[in-house]
Design a protein around this ligand. Structure first.
Ligand SMILES: [Mn+2]
Length: 228
């Protein structure tokens, strides 16, 4: 069993009216649970931190084998709707890996480019994780990982928690500097999920709400026209 989590409040209804039905339909097709959360869960931190809290809370009440979290500004392509998460997991979650992140970059002319050169250079990591899309195994190591992510953000690294890129900041500067946490992390290829040049899931960002809505609506129309 796989649970797919999304957190969004009413202020982005303009595009979740398209992204939520897409993900629901994908879940129905493959027998996954779509779990939508609609509230800010940590009052005194930037909204994005509520996603990590949502994951922590969800792990306490599910017995799904995998939990996936997707941002509300994501769409699935109509022509890859048949792609199963189980296949992605068995192909990319190998060795000791227990968490797969989206890479924060994309391929251009067959070459991978980081979307954050400055941070990549600073950390000497060409591939950085995008915290807005991940697949996690429901196991003790991952629970610990999520607990530590929040603990660092609310404690020792609190001074970085609300500085862009917020949750990713703590992930990179807190968790991933420790071998035992870094070892758990793997990546999906950017051809599967990215901001651009991707075929399965597109994760939009740095766009206005209206732009996001119009891009997702295009794919929404294709997906829901087929039913008629
Ligand atoms: Mn996003």
């Amino acid at each position: 069993m796989i649970d797919i989590l999304m957190l969004s409040t009413e202020h982005i209804d303009i595009y979740t009216q398209y992204s939520i039905p897409i993900w629901k339909k994908y879940c129905d097709k493959h027998g996954y649970n779509f779990c939508h959360y609609g509230e800010k869960l940590i009052p005194d931190m930037a909204f994005t931190w509520s996603r990590i809290k949502m994951i922590q809370d969800h792990f306490k009440k599910t017995d799904a084998e995998f939990v996936m979290m997707v941002d509300a500004d994501t769409l699935l392509y109509d022509n890859r709707f048949g792609l199963k998460l189980e296949d992605l997991i068995s192909k990319y979650m190998n060795g000791n890996k227990k968490i797969l992140f989206q890479k924060d970059g994309s391929d251009r002319f067959g070459i991978y480019f980081s979307h954050n050169f400055k941070l990549s250079w600073e950390l000497r990591r060409w591939v950085l994780p995008n915290a807005g899309f991940n697949i996690m195994k429901n196991c003790t190591e991952v629970h610990e990982f999520i607990d530590m992510w929040l603990e660092l953000g609310q404690g020792k690294l609190r001074h970085l928690a609300n500085i862009h890129p917020r949750t990713q900041n703590i992930l990179l500067r807190g968790l991933m500097t420790e071998q035992k946490y870094d070892n758990l992390i793997g990546y999906l290829p950017s051809s599967i999920v990215s901001k651009r040049n991707t075929t399965f899931c597109r994760h939009l960002s740095a766009m206005t709400k209206e732009q996001i809505a119009s891009v997702i609506k295009l794919e929404y129309n294709k997906i829901f026209d087929q039913v008629k």
